[in-house]
Write a new protein. Structure first.
Length: 256
């Protein structure tokens, strides 16, 4: 369910930029260039989908943007400013959050505790957590996301889709402007997919730059404002007329 683009979207500004990004890997005692991206620009208020066949470089780009790997050359820019992302913490401070397929949640803690894990509000006595404030703040986060989940429920009692929502909520606490979703709907039912699509559209409407990695072509066509196709570590095509794009067109670029 692609978001309708209005006139304001014509004034969207570039938020994330990639310039000459390269990464080399060692294989059988030989070094080879496995990733080479000349230029990518991601704007606010947009949903971008990265797609490609296995080995196209989607995961590598996600790791580079999320600070989990370092490029050998090139720059990553936020609001036109080059950022040296040496760790996921650096990426978060720069405003980039990655929501991986494997959730980073503690099953036997509550939803609220997971959202504020490591950032718990303190009571008058600093050694103690102010749980009243923690749950009130967690509920506000969920209300803003229009997600109905009991913030006092243990995470292990939630469905996979609900855990995905909690993971997203955690990453919004740090005021991240670029959200990268790694195959966010894999393994969940159609109804749960719809809820996640709604949430992603809501975040884009609020000015976030959404990047979704997906290999499901109907999802790629249905969710994106723009499609970036990768093949062997390079961008082989950028589709802007998504409404008239076809699966065959995407596959042609993916195997180019």
């Amino acid at each position: 369910m692609r978001r309708e683009i209005n006139a304001d979207d014509e004034r969207r500004k570039a938020l994330l930029g990639v310039r000459g990004l390269r990464k080399r890997f060692r294989e059988h005692n030989r070094e080879r260039l496995l990733f080479d991206i000349e230029r990518i620009e991601i704007a606010t208020h947009g949903a971008y989908v990265l797609t490609g066949i296995n080995g196209a470089g989607k995961s590598t780009l996600m790791k580079l943007l999320g600070g989990a790997a370092r490029p050998d050359a090139g720059t990553i820019e936020i609001d036109g400013r080059a950022c040296d992302l040496t760790s996921p913490q650096d990426a978060r401070r720069a405003g980039i959050a990655v929501i991986y397929q494997e959730f980073n949640l503690v099953p036997y803690l509550t939803v609220g505790e997971n959202i504020y894990l490591g950032r718990e509000p303190r009571a008058a006595i600093p050694a103690f957590v102010d749980f009243k404030k923690l749950y009130a703040d967690a509920q506000q986060v969920m209300d803003k996301l229009k997600v109905k989940i009991d913030v006092r429920a243990p995470v292990h009692t939630l469905s996979v889709a609900q855990q995905q929502m909690v993971e997203i909520a955690r990453n919004l606490i740090g005021d991240c402007h670029v959200l990268i979703f790694d195959e966010p709907t894999r393994g969940i039912d159609v109804g749960a997919k719809y809820e996640i699509y709604l949430l992603m559209n809501e975040l884009a409407a609020r000015g976030k730059a959404i990047i979704m990695i997906s290999s499901e072509l109907p999802e790629v066509l249905g969710m994106s404002d723009r499609i970036l196709v990768l093949h062997e570590g390079r961008v082989t095509g950028e589709i802007t007329d998504v409404r008239n794009a076809t699966q065959e067109q995407i596959m042609g670029l993916a195997i180019a």
